[in-house]
Design a protein around this ligand. Structure first.
Ligand code: CP
Length: 326
């Protein structure tokens, strides 16, 4: 895949990211993590910058880690939610973006419950827009931290077999991971009940190495790592599942089922419906990378913030030295 002729200003999805662009972002995240550790948690690379988080949908991990990442880089971080801003008085997304543009923010980080809303915001904005999750469409920073975490555990992703199991249909995390993982040479298998994983879903990824399997035992036997997804009740109509108990028995990463795969790394983007898609003993047990995913969210989002504010071509040698003297 060729590099974009004009450097990207926004991070909307990983769909058209090349392997080289992803490698550069993940390498920057690794360097930032090391520099952050050496500097005792404070770096000044975004001192004087203003970042705005604008969340139209609830979040714990993404919002907190963007705020921590921005502050760790020395930026001012302003947090807005739909309920605490003039959105609650009926202000449109377009007017909100125009207002934040006028305040000369350096980047706006948006979560929205409508697929496509963040892309629309990017067309109206002079400021860099970062997608913190939009509807069913995309969650690129979650996928980046998943790639980072999987590479930590598995080494290169080329040829690795990554199973994603659960509510695929409603999952922006699954979609962004399919693009990112396959760009780096991994094979992806999607597994879930047919009501949450329509036949032919893999074709949406246009020839990428994405396959569908409805039998979880076959899928687990194939995999080098497994990522469970949350059942997204807020995005489902009725009739998708007979019962949560039945879902767990067929598609849950339960203690009983995972006894057959004790060394298979287990991921979950969170939040978890405990005892449904993932048993608490698995989520908090030795094969779990769930906590590591959350930890890695900070350096990965620090890298994304540097990238979005035009510091993506930092000389990593100088960056290391700067961190030593910070
Ligand atoms: N994984 C994720 O996006 O979690 P939050 O909804 O808590 O941000």
């Amino acid at each position: 895949m060729t590099e974009p002729a004009v450097p990207r200003r926004h991070l909307l999805d990983l769909e058209d990211f090349s392997a080289a662009e992803l490698e550069a972002m993940l390498q920057l995240a690794g360097e930032v993590r090391d520099a952050h550790g050496r500097a005792g948690g404070k770096l000044g690379w975004l001192r004087g910058s203003v970042l705005i988080t604008l969340f139209y949908e609830n979040s714990t991990r993404t919002r907190a880690s963007f705020e921590i990442a921005g502050k760790a880089l020395g930026a001012e971080v302003v947090n807005l939610t739909a309920s605490s801003s003039s959105v609650a008085k009926g202000e449109s997304l377009r007017d909100t973006i125009a207002t934040l543009d006028a305040l000369a923010a350096d980047a706006i980080i948006i979560r929205h419950d409508q697929s496509g809303a963040v892309e629309a915001a990017s067309r109206w904005s002079r400021t860099s827009i970062i997608n913190a999750g939009d509807g069913w469409h995309a969650h690129p920073t979650q996928a980046l931290l998943d790639l980072f975490t999987l590479r930590e555990r598995l080494g290169t992703l080329a040829g690795k077999r990554i199973l994603v199991v659960g509510d695929i249909q409603h999952s922006r995390v699954a979609r962004s991971n399919c693009w990112g993982l396959t760009a780096l040479g991994a094979q992806v298998m999607l597994c879930g009940p047919p009501t949450l994983l329509p036949p032919g879903f893999g074709a949406a990824f246009r020839g990428r190495a994405v396959q569908v399997e409805y039998n979880l035992e076959r899928a687990l036997a194939w995999a080098d790592a497994v990522m469970a997804l949350r059942l997204q009740h807020e995005r489902m109509g009725s009739g998708h599942l007979p019962s949560l108990r039945e879902y767990r028995s067929i598609y849950g990463l339960s203690v009983e089922r995972m006894a057959g795969y004790p060394h298979l790394p287990v991921l979950h983007p969170g939040p978890v419906n405990g005892g449904v898609e993932l048993d608490p003993a698995i989520a908090h047990g030795p094969q779990s990378l769930v906590g590591r995913q959350v930890q890695n969210g900070t350096p990965v989002r620090m890298a994304v913030l540097l990238w979005a504010t035009g510091r993506r071509n930092l000389d990593l040698g100088s960056l290391r030295k700067e961190a030593c003297h910070a």
